[in-house]
Design a protein around this ligand. Sequence first.
Ligand code: SF4
Ligand code: MG
Length: 334
Amino acid sequence: TEPVLEIRNLNVEYGLGDQAVRAVRDVNLTLHRGEVLGLAGESGSGKSTLAYGMTRLLAPPGVISGGQVIYHPEQGDPYDVLELSDAGLRRFRWAETAIVFQGAMNSLNPVHKISTQLTDVLEAHEPRMSESSRLARAREMLKLVGIAPDRMDAYPHQLSGGMRQRVMIGMALILQPQVVIMDEPTTALDVVMQRQILGQLIELRERLGFSVIFITHDLSLLVEFSNRIAIMYGGRIVEEAPAASIYRDALHPYSQGLLGSFPALRGPRRELSGIPGSPPDLKGMPAGCSFHPRCPKAFDPCGANIPVLGRPATPDGGARSVACWLHPTAEPVG
Ligand code: SF4
Ligand code: MG
């Protein structure tokens, strides 16, 4: 299928000169039209930085130090998001790609009604739309995310956490973007609520036809809800594969460890083992494979040489990639 967003050799650093640390390293990742791409990894693995980088929402001292983010609009030629003007970027962010941030449900303005917050987005981006059409669109979006029209005039504190999260999703979808990025949008909610909201988002995607990048540390959610999964460690993508392949036979020892850290939603129970140790400090990234100090399978080359992400020699190798010395690869990615 066609790509909608292509991240090419993206690098993000925090700080300048000698003090700079690389939080995102040579990331290559493609989002295809209509798919749900899951991005997993422990906190500090670079997932959020990648999301902020590709939408140019990095706060200083974060800077993009290299790469391209090629966006394919529904009409017209593809362009590099990293080269957009400020005006182009404002349009891109809501109308082409919308983000629901970590803790977004707490970012609603407490002094404005829900309806006002939704119509404000329309007012800013579609100034020629009439007031009544704006209200109608806001009502429609809330209905889509399962909020009754009579809650339009509520203030955020009058809604539950789950409802506020739904409002945020409605707000992200109101300009009908092609891409919706969700950064751990549900961690503040209980597990049942998380699954409900995610399930609803997937259903909406089928009806409205957008693509999703879904970021979480909870791999079991991704296995259930995404088409493909990319796993990050130490700022790099270490494995990318169809969700079913990750679930059945993750190739990278880190992916295997992550899978063992969450209860499976379906199928046989796995024993939860977790991963010993903690993620590397960006300031002192281990040499070679940055996972080697924690890897139960580390061997000779691991401490000295960085494994390159590439297609492994497995039957479904064409659809997946891995960066690990256990899986020599023929064709590097990127
Ligand atoms: Fe483990 Fe070596 Fe593979 Fe890294 S390259 S994940 S240390 S086996
Ligand atoms: Mg994060």
